[in-house]
Design a protein around this ligand. Structure first.
Ligand SMILES: [Zn+2]
Ligand SMILES: [Zn+2]
Length: 70
């Protein structure tokens, strides 16, 4: 079972759309990747409807990153 993926805020794609924590500070957010908020675990991307086809970038916060998927 998969959790739903949220659409990021177009003016602040590096922030979690749910808790607004800065969740992506290791790269410029790319539309073809699905990010995971380091704080609340929300997954978000530019086009949620395409989420299953997009690449999972996981946590991209340098403070809280746990696993490396370069
Ligand atoms: Zn969050
Ligand atoms: Zn973080």
């Amino acid at each position: 079972m998969e959790k739903s993926v949220y659409r990021w805020n177009s003016d602040k794609p590096y922030r979690c759309p749910d808790c607004y924590a800065v969740a992506v500070n290791m790269e410029i957010p790319r539309w073809w990747r699905v990010y995971t908020c380091c704080k609340c675990g929300t997954r978000f991307t530019r086009w949620p409807v395409l989420a299953r086809f997009l690449r999972d970038a996981g946590v991209q916060c340098s403070f809280h990153r746990e696993r490396g998927t370069a």
